[in-house]
Design a protein around this ligand. Sequence first.
Ligand code: ADP
Ligand code: ZN
Ligand code: ZN
Length: 698
Amino acid sequence: MNWRVEVAVQTPAHSALGDVLSYASPVPVAPGALVRVPLGRREVLGVVWSAQPAGAQDDAAAPMELKPIGAALDALPPLGAGWRDLVAFAARYYQRSLGEIALAALPPQLRDLSAVQLARRLKRQAAPAAAAAAPCGPPLTPEQAHALARFDAESGPFLLFGSTGSGKTEVYLQAVAALLEREPEAQALVMVPEINLTPQLEARFKDRFGSAAVVSLHSGMTNPQRLASWLAAHGRAARIVLGTRMAVFASMPALKLIVVDEEHDPSYKQQEGARYSARDLAVWRGRREGAKVMLGSATPSLESWHQSRPAGGEDGGGRYVRLAMPSRIGTAALPTVRLVDMGLQPPRTVLSGALLDAIGQRVARGEQSMVFLNRRGYAPVLACGDCDWKSECPHCSAFRVFHKIDRTLRCHHCGFTERVPRACPACGNPDIAPVGRGTERLEEHLGELFAEVKRPDGSPVRIARIDADSTRRQGALESQLAAVHAGEVDVLVGTQMIAKGHDFRRITLVAAANPDGALFSSDFRAPERLFSLLMQSAGRAGRDAAYLSAQGATAEMWIQTHHPQHALFAALRRHDYPTFAQRELEERAAAGMPPYAFQALLRADARTQEAAQGFLNAASAAAEGLEGAQHVTRYSAVPHAIQRVANVERAQLLVESASRAALQRLLAAWQPLLHGLRKQPEGKGVIRWLLDVDPHSI
Ligand code: ADP
Ligand code: ZN
Ligand code: ZN
């Protein structure tokens, strides 16, 4: 036994164990190799980080009393240096342990397979797939051709700023095709925000490159499927990996191109465990591995937009190359945006008369409409008319939502569910009523309003709803979307699930029933998210120019608002993202907020709010004098926006700096103190704490 091997294993997130554990081995083991190692009483999977002859440098103090490593999964080529660097960077940047990130990046099934089983799996694995010969798409538009030419000529990273329906996907396809034509062995990673968008995109890629060349990676897959995709990517059999945020960690030894579609989408930020941004890691990984990176969006994140501003301005920019595709494919114009001033409507109007007329006309012509409302369930609150009882959740600082379908009150935070009471639990009044409106109620309301409206063939109108409730069952979303595509639905009601990405061909009207909430939110990113959601939604209307002109129809986006004069809507009317972004960036610059500052949140959960805040404020005091601290502002602890969930009190503390490096230095020095503080009196009552670097909502 004469080798000392450092192995990354999954240790509990906040254990005091170091980043890697040391083991002994009689033979050298390659960095990146997968091995089984003893940990406590178990044997676990680990990734070898380094190996050196024992006693080479130090080790008089630790004569080899190290435990020996177990079996190596040596049928598998070791994970490459690029992959290990990515994992190490992510662990450092997001303040997590190396082992946690490394093991989370591997397919779960790998942990359970023996070396023999794995070798058998690998034998069955297909040989490297050649991409289908001569994949050809449509002739490019001049805008697409120009974007691709610059993509080819420059090194990037690129921001493809293309309107909805401008043919961004076609640009991705042809960029991949060009790469594979040049380098048949190369691999490309194409990331999308959500699973529900992948079937359509997957079909387009498989169509173009042959199904053997393309694999998917997302959390909706079974463990055996994930393992098969992962092995195909790691073993170079797959040319193209299509996946959600987790795919950024896929092992791809010949990676040459990374696409991040809808790069602004919040779902690229992992919201639990290691809170990484897959988009930001993609950019880092591209630079590390010499792969070109293309971020695409009709409404880029302000961070990416800022980076793609011409260099030379005093406030930065210039790191990304901006490629603009303002026009939609074909003759289809972007939809006309109509604002309905809800202040001029009769009280308690849900859908204005003009909007109902417009939808009714479309039903009569056989076209489809879509109405979205970002609130599922029947009504957000149930209330008593006599006393002040409301359907509060006993475990959270939130109301339980009324779901009429199964007559339940459900808490959307902790899941606590009860049958709707027959009478007010406080005063016995039988007259308790829903307040406000969710998608379920909107669907019911539309059914009543359109009871008399007929389709072209005289049959009644067909209304459908798509949201998290309607799609709970496996395969439900696919079949509901298929029904819309097949023209079996006239009016589709839903949450933002239906607003993103789908290439609906027969929808000519999209309406946002009540988007005002986000205008005056305390979250500084709310306007950015609203603007992009409304632009995305508008992008669902009138995607097919041929269909529009055959129908003699125009595409329309309706917005019902109490604030029709708001600048956000003015920019939206003109489909003018640059003006919106300019104004937002000026405000952010003036207020010293991202992208002009870098932030991290320290969060604590405890039995009482005092305990949570006490821990945070003690942590803040402990940061005084640490490296980087003089360049970092530390705010006071405050309750989380939803202060209590499942009887746990939540609080947070914001730290912020104009210098990313200073913030990173502080976090690195702070982390060990936080572990220590947890064991002090100040940590008493704290259930858990975590750091969220570059948080998305504050
Ligand atoms: P985006 O991703 O920008 O929303 P898509 O790539 O989905 O846009 O393109 C919108 C539609 O236009 C798709 O149906 C696509 O097949 C079609 N399309 C894209 N590029 C071209 C082209 N150069 N010629 C003809 N049709 C195209
Ligand atoms: Zn009552
Ligand atoms: Zn609850």
